[in-house]
Design a protein. Structure first.
Length: 61
């Protein structure tokens, strides 16, 4: 159950970051902001899962 909580927190933080990246790119190129945002949006799910698994892995003595 802890892994899901960590995953959700990481996704929320990551999606906020993806939003900020998309807004920054929009200032530079409005046409490129959607593809950049979507790439970040979907990448967050994969990266957050890997990080959540590593953070919640059992510690070996």
């Amino acid at each position: 159950m802890q892994i899901i909580a960590v995953y959700v927190v990481l996704v929320v933080i990551g999606e906020f970051g993806a939003y900020l990246v998309g807004r920054a790119v929009e200032q530079w190129s409005p046409g490129a902001s959607l593809p950049v945002f979507l790439a970040c949006f979907f990448a967050v799910f994969a990266v957050a899962w890997v990080v959540a698994v590593r953070l919640t892995a059992p510690k070996h003595a």
